[in-house]
Design a protein around this ligand. Sequence first.
Ligand SMILES: NC(=O)c1ccc[n+]([C@@H]2O[C@H](COP(=O)([O-])OP(=O)(O)OC[C@H]3O[C@@H](n4cnc5c(N)ncnc54)[C@H](OP(=O)(O)O)[C@@H]3O)[C@@H](O)[C@H]2O)c1
Length: 269
Amino acid sequence: MIELTSGTQMPEIGFGTGSATTEAMVSALHAGYRLLDTAQMYGNEAEVGDAVRLSGVDRAEVFVATKLNNGNHDPVAVRETFAKSLETLGFDYVDLFLMHWPMPMLDVDYVDTFKAMLQLTEDGRARAVGVSNFTPAQLERLIDATGETPAVNQVEMHPYFPNDEVRSFCRESGIVVQAWSPLARTDQFGDAVLTGIAQRLGVSTAQVMLRWHLQRGVVAIPKSNSPERIAMNRDIYSFELGEADMAAITALDKGEDGRRGGHPDTFTG
Ligand SMILES: NC(=O)c1ccc[n+]([C@@H]2O[C@H](COP(=O)([O-])OP(=O)(O)OC[C@H]3O[C@@H](n4cnc5c(N)ncnc54)[C@H](OP(=O)(O)O)[C@@H]3O)[C@@H](O)[C@H]2O)c1
C-alpha cells in the first residue's frame, strides 16, 4: 500500500476500467485487485458499482477512483456531477476524485475547479482529491494558488514515454504518480529490449512493463477483459528487474514522439 498526502492508503497496482466489461471488473476483484479506476467520461460508473457489489468484496476494502469530466470544470458543475457520480456508483464516498485533464484553454481556471474539488473532502465524500494529465508547471501553479498538494497525478507513462520530468516533480512534492496506458495498449510488445528481458526472466512482456512501473514507485492501472491476463498483470511479485534492466527499459524513452495521447497544454477531450 502507498500512503497519500491525505493519509489514506492506496494499493500499489490497480485495474483500469476504461472499456472493461463488468465481468472483467468482477474478475479483477476476485484476482485480488483492490483499486478500480473509472471516470465520468467512461460512462461506466454504474458498472463499477455493480462489479463491487457482485464481487462480494466489501466496499470498504476497495479503493474506488473516479474523474471529473472535461465539461464539468465550473465549480457548480463539480459539485453537481460529483453527487451524480456517487449516485451512479451507488456509493456514499469515493476514495479518490481526479480532475481528468487540466484544460487550460477553458474560461474556468483549473485552480478554481480544484478548490471546488477540495471542498468535497470536507464531509468525507471524497477521501482524497488529485489530478490527471498535469505538467510540472501546471502542478506548481495549482499548489502555489491553493496551498494544497494533489494526492495523485495520473499521467500517460510507458517505456517509450517514461515521463520522467513529471515523475521527478511529483516525487519531490509528495504526489503519487499513477500510470495510464501502462502497457502502451500492447504497442510495445514487439520491442526487442522488452521481449529479451521477458524471455530471460521467463515472464511476459506485460509483466516486465508492470514490474518496471512498480520498481519506479508508480501505480500502474492496466486494463484487460481477459481473466488470464487480468491475473497475469498482478502476478509481478515473484521476480525483480535488476538495475541494468531498469535502465535499459527507461532508455527506450522516445521523448514527445513516444506520447500516444493528448498533450496536457492542448488536449480538449
Ligand atoms: N487519465 C487519463 O487520461 C487516462 C487515459 C487513458 C486511460 N486511462 C486509464 O488507464 C487504464 C489503462 O489504460 P489503457 O486501457 O489505455 O491501456 P493499457 O492498460 O496499457 O492496455 C490495455 C490493452 O492491453 C491489453 N492487455 C492487457 N494486459 C495484457 C497482457 N497481459 N497481455 C496482452 N495484452 C494485454 C488489453 O487487451 P485485453 O482486454 O484483450 O486483454 C488492452 O487492449 C484505462 O482503462 C483507464 O482506466 C486514463
